[in-house]
Design a protein around this ligand. Structure first.
Ligand SMILES: [Zn+2]
Length: 54
């Protein structure tokens, strides 16, 4: 069996989805959070904007 590790933390990935992305779910969330922090937008802001657009 092929061993694929997370490109962020180097842990072995178990789920098929994680292996496809080469990143674990926890690290994926952290990457997303970092991304939004850099843009000074939070996930909450995006969700709220989505509601206002209705
Ligand atoms: Zn990881």
């Amino acid at each position: 069996m092929e061993v694929i590790v997370c490109k962020r933390c180097g842990r072995k990935l178990k789920s098929k989805k994680s292996k496809e992305k080469q990143i674990g779910p926890t690290c994926e969330k952290k990457l997303l959070l970092d991304f939004y922090k850099k843009r000074q937008i939070t996930i909450d802001d995006i969700l709220r904007k989505g509601e206002c657009d209705k």
